[in-house]
Write a protein that binds this ligand. Structure first.
Ligand SMILES: *Cc1c(COP(=O)(O)O)cnc(C)c1O
Length: 391
């Protein structure tokens, strides 16, 4: 049975994508990318000072509805600065998911803190508000306004949920719990540009949020990231810290704290501006592809095609299926990759990586379940005329 489904799936993928082999997610440059890059080179402003950086920030802020957006060299740098701005200090602990890309946990450790891993929901693949509440109520206490982990004795200084593959997690419930406990919330929205909860874009729910424009994301600036916030003070500090903490002056070099060289170069921002012009079109095309996949998998109840939960909208950055068993998932991985269709498993849990294996976790029942069953399937914006494919 699986053999027949896999063969039919291969036919479907080759109807959508003419490339061979079919990649999981490759970038698409058919707008003003080359024009803006040439203009940028001709202007001589290719590095971290330039109009395109400001334009890109303004456009991303407008698109996401965030009051402020600060461009960085990559998403990991955006996360690092966000940890510092949230006042996460050495020896603190930060709650996050074990099921995420390694950058989330790495950035927590850059601030000297340790990640604590809690479980995800099976339907969103993102942080579970139930697991968060259970961890706080069973392991933590609030004394003199400070949240302490009773097991480790450390301060809980932040919470970093992530919207896996562009499917929004239950962020409103997580916000409510973090507010109740007084824990700063930093949203890792690296994968969810174009994803919404209600009418609110992801990345607008916490103190700070971060985006990534790496080459595999829904739009790319080559490398790049963005810090989003609605707090003017934090926005100013973010700009300051990412630009070597230099005090603005016509000719003097004065720096008033240890800063970082994390500003996005103008060349990358030029590419980002051209890509952002395409985002609405990409979202439409990706929704169409998801519809096609959904229709296909609807006929096979043993395979679950992931949809956003009620009240949220996904960007369908990476289409995702959940197979019935780890053995079936492995069979799919082997078959598709041997037949010119790139598919990928989800990340190994952070809690099983050597550098995080001693970090506290809550058992991670759903995370383990998903780790061995999830498969990402080809999700790029296809080449050529789109209309005949979806007609
Ligand atoms: C891509 C990504 C990042 C940031 O990655 P960069 O490559 O540094 O831009 C952070 N978190 C998640 C979940 C990501 O997918």
């Amino acid at each position: 049975m699986q053999q027949i489904i896999m063969r039919n799936f291969k036919d479907l993928v080759s109807q959508i994508y003419s490339e061979s082999p079919v990649s999981l997610h490759r970038p698409k440059f058919d707008g003003n990318e080359k024009k803006y890059l040439v203009e940028c080179i001709d202007s001589n402003f290719v590095s971290s000072v330039g109009q395109r950086v400001v334009d890109f920030e303004t456009s991303v802020a407008k698109f996401t509805g965030a009051r402020f957006a600060i461009a960085t060299v990559n998403g990991t740098a955006a996360l690092h600065i966000s940890m510092l701005l949230a006042k996460i200090k050495p020896g603190d602990e930060v709650i996050t998911q074990a099921l995420t890309f390694v950058a989330t946990s790495n950035a927590i450790t850059y601030s000297g803190a340790l990640p604590v891993f809690i479980d995800v929901d099976r339907d969103t693949m993102g942080m579970s508000p139930l697991a968060l509440r259970k961890f706080l109520e069973s392991s933590c206490e609030k004394r003199d306004g400070v949240i302490k982990n009773r097991i480790s004795g450390r301060r809980i200084a932040g919470c970093v949920p992530m919207h896996t593959f562009g499917f929004p997690c239950r962020i409103k419930e997580i916000v409510a719990i973090c507010n109740e406990w007084g824990i700063p919330l930093i949203e890792d929205a690296a994968e969810s540009l174009g994803s919404y909860v209600g009418e609110q874009h992801t990345g607008n729910f916490g103190l700070l949020a971060t985006l990534s424009f790496n080459g595999n994301k829904i739009i790319t600036s080559g490398g790049g990231g963005m810090i989003l916030t609605n707090d003017e003070m934090l926005a100013q500090q973010a700009k300051h810290l990412t630009t070597t903490a230099k005090i603005p002056h016509a000719f003097e070099f004065i720096h008033d704290e240890i800063g970082y060289n994390y500003r996005m170069p103008n060349l990358n921002a030029a590419l980002g501006c051209a890509q952002l012009e395409q985002l609405m079109r990409f979202l439409q095309i990706k929704a169409d592809i998801a519809k096609k996949y959904a229709k296909f998998f609807q006929e096979f109840p043993s395979i679950k095609f992931i949809f956003p939960i009620l009240g949220s909208r996904a960007n369908y950055w990476l289409n995702t299926i959940i197979l019935e068993s780890p053995a079936e998932r492995d069979a799919w991985l082997a078959y598709t990759n041997a037949n010119g269709i790139m598919t990928r498993p989800i990340w190994r849990l952070m809690s099983s990586l050597p550098m995080f294996k001693n970090c506290q976790h809550d058992g991670l029942k759903n995370s383990y379940w998903l780790e061995s069953r999830v498969l990402n399937i080809p999700s790029s914006v296809p080449d050529g005329l789109v209309t005949p494919i979806y007609a």
